[in-house]
Design a protein around this ligand. Structure first.
Ligand SMILES: C[S@@+](CC[C@H](N)C(=O)[O-])C[C@H]1O[C@@H](n2cnc3c(N)ncnc32)[C@H](O)[C@@H]1O
Length: 237
């Protein structure tokens, strides 16, 4: 297994549909657009189905996207083709095994902990980037029992501090909800993410009644998200 997120075709389709309807990516684009100015190459680490790869490919002549999931990389290729983008190299490879670079700009949005979870990991990103590194990260740790160890923006700022790097940070709150074609699809979605046993029966039906918003075509599950963008210039010019 690579990372904690396991893709399958259904999840890729849901995510694709959510991306087409959400503010995710759009809220970060003004900063990304500034950062990539003049860049010839960009790397999207843990690209998934290409939430940021596609916008990057509209701004930068050559983009490389890497992800350890076969499904994600195949779906990213489909999305790139659908959007008429032919300047993306998609590689199914774990970050730990990736040998490429350097790149002008490196971006990682909600990456695996091994990409950002230590001083060594951030040092690797810093050394691989010629102009800038941009990270999009959760702000708060999930309330789990035992407590989640997931890396959040504050941790990353601490590791960067140890490297003598003072990054810029901006926090955004936005809607990253999920559209559904039907109520049964919404149920399938919750079961796929929360597990059948922990979410079923009357409690799930009641939750769907409370949470789903009816739309002209199907339903919408609003999901609020708060993320930090942490970025820095890789080398002073
Ligand atoms: C939460 S998703 C984020 C995807 C995308 N950046 C986005 O914001 O939509 C994390 C991604 O990291 C990938 N991943 C996990 N561990 C990885 C590793 N060690 N090397 C490369 N990719 C990895 C997963 O397959 C998944 O696509």
């Amino acid at each position: 297994m690579c990372g904690v997120f396991e893709w399958d075709l259904k999840k890729a389709e849901w995510y694709d549909r959510a991306l087409e309807n959400s503010q995710y990516t759009a809220v970060f684009l003004p900063i990304i657009t500034q950062l990539v100015r003049g860049a010839e190459t960009a790397l999207d680490v843990c690209a998934g189905v290409g939430a940021f790869t596609l916008p990057l490919a509209r701004l930068v002549p050559s983009v490389t996207a890497i992800d350890c999931s076969d499904v994600a990389i195949q779906y990213l290729q489909i999305r790139a083709k659908r959007h008429g983008l032919s300047n993306i190299t998609c590689l199914k490879v774990a970050w730990e095994d990736f040998k490429g670079g350097p790149f002008d700009v490196i971006l990682a949005a909600y990456p695996a902990d091994c990409v950002v979870g230590s001083v060594e990991a951030l040092s690797r990103l810093h050394r691989m980037a010629l102009k800038a590194v941009a990270l999009i990260l959760p702000v708060t740790r999930k309330q789990t029992d035992p407590p989640s160890r997931r890396v959040v923006a504050e941790d990353v700022r601490g590791y960067l501090g140890d490297l003598g790097i003072e990054p810029s940070t901006a926090v955004f709150e936005y809607d990253f909800g999920q559209p559904f074609l039907s109520r049964s699809e919404a149920r399938e979605f919750v079961e796929a993410y929360a597990g059948k046993s922990s979410s079923s029966g009357p409690a799930l039906e009641e939750w769907l009644n409370r949470s789903l918003v009816q739309r002209a075509q199907g339903f919408y599950l609003p999901i609020k998200r708060k993320s930090a963008m942490v970025w820095w210039k890789a080398r002073p010019t």
